[in-house]
Design a protein around this ligand. Structure first.
Ligand code: ZN
Ligand code: ZN
Length: 406
């Protein structure tokens, strides 16, 4: 994709050494990104990707640990007087995700997926390529004093990879003072950086509800307990949670995404099954949804003489950026790219991201990089914008050099 005129970072910051350094092998990185795109792998199956990442990092001089959470990779580079991990030495972690989605690609691109039914529709191939581009520069020419840790995470899409890496002692084995990550964002100008202090992405929980009545002949409803009618009432009532229970100044989403019940026009079924997604920006609202939704399901069912079986599954928490690290991350972008390329108070997103688990354990910040005018994430026609690799890699380099300043 051709980047829009207004994002030409080359013109904005002529002669930047990092940009020149990355520019020398940018073609190679773009080719690697296309290769990853052609060979997407589902969550926890990123074997080929993980091998490529580990091999490259080793060739650039990183100490590389593989097999964390199955296919996860952590690479370490110590540099300067404080290393390795001397008194007062600082350590920074940067994370990229590696997995793809079960989507049949419909872009028609030359480098489209060759793995049928699997697609990098969220740009994790791009995130991996960006971090590798930065990794190479930092190894060859990075000016820092301390410990750099690059975390290549599996299984973000199923919300399991970060948690598994943490449960396998990620930050005990590879300590960091702060951790950072990024996501490309369609609809935001290509190469523009967005920062959010505080809640940046929503929590996600799932609730499966089964309304159980008493089936029978559609012509004799008086001899049944109709779960379809009870469900219809419940779906309407559920929309009162956001409008009547949640503080109007807070964000919450209650979506009934699936409803299944019955099979014939003249039969009242035994039960109807619903699947809901619930989202919030903080634990208070999240907890409120967790109380009100099951309570309404039970009360509504009961009012019709039916019962509700509720299976509430907590997914992952809201992603909450730490203020000091977000201030630092923003200042690095402002210095490197200028105010025109930085949205200082990017709007929080109601999508979710399992980097939230890492930010529960460590200070840090998750930032956004505009992907330009592309199809949305998780769409079969989504295309990662290669024009953002260079500025985003340059950003990681500048962040590391600032965080681990000599
Ligand atoms: Zn995704
Ligand atoms: Zn993603």
């Amino acid at each position: 994709m051709e980047p829009p005129m207004n994002i030409n970072v080359k013109d904005a910051q002529p002669g930047d050494a990092v940009e020149r350094g990355i520019g020398a092998y940018l073609d190679e990185i773009v080719a690697l990104r296309h290769d990853l795109h052609q060979h997407p792998e589902l969550s926890f199956h990123e074997h080929r990707t993980s091998d490529i990442v580990a091999t490259r990092l080793k060739s650039w001089g990183y100490e590389v640990e593989t097999g964390i959470a199955g296919t996860g990779v952590v690479a370490t580079l110590n540099r300067g007087e404080g290393s390795p991990r001397g008194e007062g030495s600082r350590q920074i972690g940067i994370r990229a995700d590696m997995d793809a989605l079960p989507i049949e690609e419909a872009t028609g691109l030359a480098h489209a997926s060759t793995n049928r039914g699997v697609m990098h529709a969220c740009g994790h191939d791009g995130h991996t390529a960006i971090l590798l581009a930065a990794a190479r520069y930092l190894a060859e020419a990075g000016r820092f004093d301390g410990t750099l840790r690059l975390i290549f995470q599996p299984a973000e899409e199923i919300g399991a990879g970060a948690r598994k890496m943490l449960s396998e002692g990620l930050f005990e084995r590879f300590p960091v003072d702060a951790v950072f990550g990024l996501h490309n964002w369609p609809g935001v100008p290509s190469g523009q950086f967005g920062f959010v202090a505080g809640s940046a992405m929503a929590s996600v929980d799932q609730c499966n509800i089964k309304i159980v009545g008493k089936g029978g002949h559609g012509a004799e409803p008086q001899r049944t307990v109709d779960p379809v009618l009870a469900t219809a009432s419940l779906i309407t009532a559920l929309q009162s949670v956001v409008s009547r229970n949640v503080d109007p100044q807070e964000m919450a989403v209650v979506t009934v995404g699936s409803i299944h019940g019955g099979s014939a026009s003249n039969v009242i079924p035994e039960s109807v099954a619903l699947k809901l997604t619930l989202r919030a920006f903080n634990e208070t609202v999240r907890g409120l949804l967790g109380e009100r939704v099951p309570a309404l399901a039970r009360a509504q069912a009961e009012s019709f003489g039916a019962t509700a079986e509720v299976d509430y599954r907590r997914g992952f928490p809201a992603l909450i950026n730490h203020r000091a690290e977000t201030d630092l991350a923003r200042s690095v972008a402002l210095e490197a790219f200028g105010a025109g390329q930085v949205v200082s108070d990017f709007k929080p997103r109601t999508a979710s991201e399992d980097f939230a688990f890492m930010l529960e354990q460590k200070a840090g910040s998750y930032l956004f990089v505009g992907n330009g005018d592309s199809a949305p994430l998780h769409s079969a026609t989504y295309d990662f914008n290669d024009a953002i690799i260079a500025p985003a890699a340059r950003y990681w380099v500048r962040l590391v050099e600032t965080f681990l300043a000599r």
